[in-house]
Design a protein around this ligand. Structure first.
Ligand code: SF4
Ligand code: SF4
Length: 451
């Protein structure tokens, strides 16, 4: 039985265009004041508008040329210049400084800000080292403060805090039931006895369980000692970061760090291929969470690869031709090469998808019908899309991204396509893509590394 939780699905917007414009300026100043550091300053100031980043962006390529990284980031630059630079205040539009004047313009900015999954592909292609995804995330933070966020993602982000602060009884009951199953099937160490605490959350336990199971089988075979938290550590943390709600993201991240340390662990092990690894390990600097020095965030692919390299465990068998499709938050932003290496040593022949290595759907898979249905059941809320909502448009555009990725991936392999991130597979399925043969990395490793 699940209990219905009533929370606001969107934030109240101020009335009147003039009032909203003034408020937007104020919100921009706050975000700039609180979160502008040297890297962000470089990202805002050093762009020369060459457009070299555009072809790397999945949304630019597959959806519409409006969604170029520089074009989307420039919306934040306009706000920044108008509110926070002397030339912008004095010369206005002459130097590209501008605040939106109408409701329609704000809606347009909102649309642009959410056609970025923060995949990092543009960062890797910009000759000036500009991370447009970070700037676009700042724009989302301004919009959030201004009362604008996709309602479903906003609701899930708020629920994440609720889950962390006090999981309700029915949720805890369902959680305990699934955790018992996992404990029965795997060598889970008693609390405090494992070396790694696994980050388990609602998404991974209830939506992605088959891949969690597969990873645990490999960890068991490699004699790696791990434990589980006694409660869900969020919906898919730090989810509030995706809507730019830095303050809530900070509370969520701090809770997870403190919880891990309080249970006696120095290693938090991430089994998720999406943003949780990257955001908890690196991006916390953007929202000023306080990760203790003694806490390390480790991805499961690193651990399995090291075990294979140094212990010779587990042994592998060959499974056939495969292409590895890098995950934006493990391989690109996270900088983990271990996932692709693991596929490389277990596939003959092996290819790495280099033509378009970043699927870039990330947190957007939370909007797919399959995921919403599962989360609705366990969280006790209706995650129903409104017609003509921003979410509905995003799903439709994500499907275009998935089909485009599939066409590119198809060129590189006639065997299996191994994905490090479940989001990519979920979106592929939602888009009914037929010409790829997707396999999650966890399943691939289970098939190959275990005799
Ligand atoms: S972000 Fe980099 S690649 Fe893109 S337009 Fe600016 S300078 Fe050029
Ligand atoms: S981070 Fe990815 S999705 Fe966002 S603008 Fe850059 S390439 Fe496009």
């Amino acid at each position: 039985m699940t209990r219905r939780v009533t929370l606001p699905t969107s934030i109240v917007k101020p009335r009147g265009e003039e009032a909203r414009r003034e408020l937007l300026a104020e919100e921009t100043r706050k975000v700039i004041e609180e979160y502008l550091g040297l890297p962000e300053m470089h990202f805002l100031e050093a762009c020369v508008d060459c457009g070299a980043c555009a072809p790397s962006c999945p949304f630019y390529k597959a959806v519409d040329k409006r969604y170029s990284p520089v074009g989307m980031a420039n919306e934040m630059r306009k706000l920044y210049k108008k509110t926070s630079t002397i030339t912008g205040k004095l010369l206005g539009r002459l130097v590209g400084a501008r605040l939106p004047e109408t409701e329609e313009e704000i809606e347009e900015i909102f649309d642009l800000a959410y056609h970025c999954s923060n995949c990092g592909a543009c960062y890797y292609t910009c000759p000036h080292g500009i991370d447009s995804g970070t700037i676009i995330a700042m724009l989302r933070s301004v919009l959030f403060r201004h009362g604008l966020a996709p309602s479903i993602i906003n609701l899930l982000a708020r629920l994440e805090l609720r889950v962390i602060e006090s999981p309700w009884r029915s949720l805890q009951y369902e959680w305990d039931r699934v955790i018992e199953e996992l404990k029965r099937d795997h060598n889970v160490a008693k609390e405090g006895e494992g070396r790694y605490l696994i980050l388990l959350d609602i998404y991974n336990v209830f939506v992605n369980k088959e891949n969690i199971d597969a990873y645990l089988e490999v960890l068991d075979a490699a004699n790696i000692k791990y434990s589980f938290p006694d409660r869900p550590l969020g919906v898919r943390p730090p989810l509030p970061l995706t809507v730019g709600h830095y303050e809530t993201a900070r509370r969520v991240a701090n809770f997870i760090y403190n919880y891990t340390i309080s249970k006696g662990y120095g290693n938090l092990l991430i089994l998720d291929g999406g943003y949780p690894y990257n955001d908890l390990k690196f991006a916390y600097t953007y929202y000023r969470a306080s990760k203790p020095r003694e806490l390390d965030i480790i991805h499961v692919a690193q651990l399995i690869y090291e075990s294979y390299l140094y212990e010779g465990l587990p042994a592998f068998t060959q499974w056939g031709k495969a292409t590895y499709i890098p995950s934006c938050n493990i391989d690109t932003r996270g900088g983990i090469g271990a996932a692709s290496k693991l596929v490389e040593i277990t596939a003959r022949p092996y290819e790495k998808h280099l033509m378009w290595p970043y699927a870039g759907v990330g947190w957007m898979s939370l909007l797919c019908p399959y995921v919403r249905e599962k989360l609705s059941i366990y969280l006790g809320v209706d995650l129903v899309l409104e017609e003509e909502s921003v979410e509905e448009k995003l799903i439709s555009d994500m499907r275009k991204v998935a089909r485009h990725l599939a066409e590119e991936a198809y060129k590189t392999s006639t065997g299996y396509h191994v994905f490090g991130c479940i989001d990519d597979i979920i979106v592929m399925r939602a888009a009914r893509v037929e010409n790829v043969n997707p396999v999650h990395l966890a399943q691939w490793l289970k098939q190959h590394l275990l005799k």
